[in-house]
Write a protein that binds this ligand. Structure first.
Ligand code: SAM
Ligand code: SF4
Length: 326
């Protein structure tokens, strides 16, 4: 079991499969973003080996992310390999949904349990403005394909950016009336690369909730007030699904954090918003034994920071979001 010095049992691993992406969301990366050469990223066999090691230390919940995980070559085989690793109980994927209309079924057949799909607005022009390159229609088809393939419950993510989509939260929340989906609104967080947008145009969960309630009625607390992952859940009157708020900036959930991240280049990152990392890939390539690697992981987890320092103005600048894996 991997325990940190505050007694938290860390058993949820988010693996960034690649820093590459087929979109350029304005809150995530600049349009001229350059990416790491493939040789610097974990290769398939390295991903399997590290997953096996983490699973042997009690990591039973894996989420694949990026960058855009579906642009990684062999994504279906990678999911199959991870899903069949002893000790892994669930495998999920965070995706922009662009390629999901053709990948949902093979991924489900390979053992994927669930997907989170990013969709920031239901307006095609605004969607293009936010993602720079995306077509809303593709994402919508992806959501429906995921539901049909049984990758449920469907969770949708929207990052809210002032001047871009703060008015669109109402239409997105309304989706939960007809669909048994979870629509989650994420407070924008500051990272390297695009900090001007991120610090100047953020919208709080409180404001988003007020906007939704003004148009659609009161949001009732759901899930008995318990966090679902990082989301606080609510329900609109007579809705099939839930509305969630991920208020990492204004109401952090650090005390309940059970996660660690593996970056696309094989570094163990203990907190999304802290720069501290432990390099696993370099020692692995240099011939470290499995026991050496296990110790590196356990020592890193032990030193996991208590929480982020956004309130004190600490912004992680060593990496952009797409490299860490959101
Ligand atoms: N490409 C996939 C996607 O967009 O869902 C997976 C990777 S993306 C980095 C993971 C999540 O991080 C997405 O839900 C995205 O909206 C979110 N994200 C990206 N930049 C963010 C930021 N600055 N603040 C908060 N969330 C962010
Ligand atoms: Fe790509 Fe996801 Fe970042 Fe958008 S948020 S640029 S889809 S990695």
């Amino acid at each position: 079991m991997a325990i940190d010095r505050f007694g938290r049992n860390i058993h949820y691993l988010r693996i960034s499969l690649t820093d590459h992406c087929n979109l350029r969301c304005i809150y995530c990366m600049p349009e001229d973003q350059t990416f790491r050469p493939n040789a610097e990223l974990m290769q398939d066999d390295e991903i399997y080996l590290l997953t096996k090691l983490f699973a042997s230390l009690g990591f039973d919940k894996i989420r694949l992310t990026g960058g855009e995980p579906t642009v990684r070559a062999n994504i279906v085989d990678i999911v199959r390999g991870i899903a069949h690793t002893e000790g892994v109980r669930s495998v999920s994927l965070t995706t922009n949904g662009v390629l999901l209309h053709r990948l949902a079924r093979p991924l489900a057949e390979a053992g994927l349990n669930r997907v989170n799909i990013s969709i920031d607005t239901l307006n095609p022009e605004k969607f293009k403005r936010l993602t720079r390159w995306g077509k809303l229609e593709d994402v919508w088809d992806g959501i429906l394909a995921a539901e049909q393939a049984g990758l449920t419950p469907i969770k949708l993510n929207a990052v809210v950016v002032r001047g871009y989509n703060e008015e669109d939260v109402v239409g997105l929340a309304r989706l939960t009336v007809e669909h048994n989906w979870q629509m989650r609104f994420i407070e924008m967080m500051p990272f390297a690369g695009v900090t001007d947008v991120q610090t100047g145009q953020s919208v709080t969960a409180h404001e988003i909730k007020e906007r939704i309630e003004d148009s659609l009625g009161d949001l009732e607390v759901a899930n008995n007030g318990k966090l679902d992952g990082e989301a606080r859940l609510f329900k609109l009157p007579n809705a099939k699904g839930d509305v969630g708020f991920i208020s990492s900036v204004t109401q952090p959930f650090c005390s309940a954090c059970t996660r660690a991240r593996l970056t696309a280049d094989g570094r163990l990152r203990l907190c999304l918003l802290r720069e501290k990392e432990v390099d696993l890939l370099t020692p692995l390539r240099a011939g470290a034994t499995l026991d050496d690697l296990r110790h590196l992981i356990l020592d890193g987890v032990w030193d996991k920071p208590w929480g982020h320092g956004l309130a004190e103005g600490v912004i992680p600048l060593n990496r952009a979001m797409n490299e860490i894996g959101g």
